[in-house]
Design a protein around this ligand. Structure first.
Ligand SMILES: [Zn+2]
Length: 107
């Protein structure tokens, strides 16, 4: 299953720690809507959600068939309304070393 990283960042003004409207929106999302949006957008698995609170950045790692589904998920959850986002295909270290390097160098 293809792995993708969702790299996000927001301004200090939009940060839910500083902005009550953003805080309310994210609380509702986490408490009621997050899993249903993931299911509707065919996000197969959310591997992890890692945040650097004071840098106002995050990395979510998800499994999905198509990055367009992740784009839909980010819009549906409104995560895209307060964050600048990058959706990046990922492989594991082992996948990069074994098939990747063998193929590139004909090893
Ligand atoms: Zn923040």
């Amino acid at each position: 299953m293809p792995l993708f990283g969702i790299y996000g960042k927001h301004t200090t003004e939009a940060c839910p720690w500083n902005n009550i409207e953003t805080a309310k929106m994210l609380l509702k999302l986490v408490q009621t809507d997050f899993e249903s949006h993931a299911k509707e957008c065919t996000i197969n698995k959310i591997i992890g959600q890692y945040h650097s609170a004071l840098e106002h950045t995050f990395l979510w790692v998800v499994e999905a068939e198509d990055p367009h589904l992740i784009q839909e998920f980010c819009v549906a959850t409104e995560v895209a309304t307060i964050n600048e986002l990058k959706i990046v295909p990922l492989i594991t270290f082992r996948e990069g070393v074994v098939p990747g390097m063998k193929k590139i160098h004909s090893l």
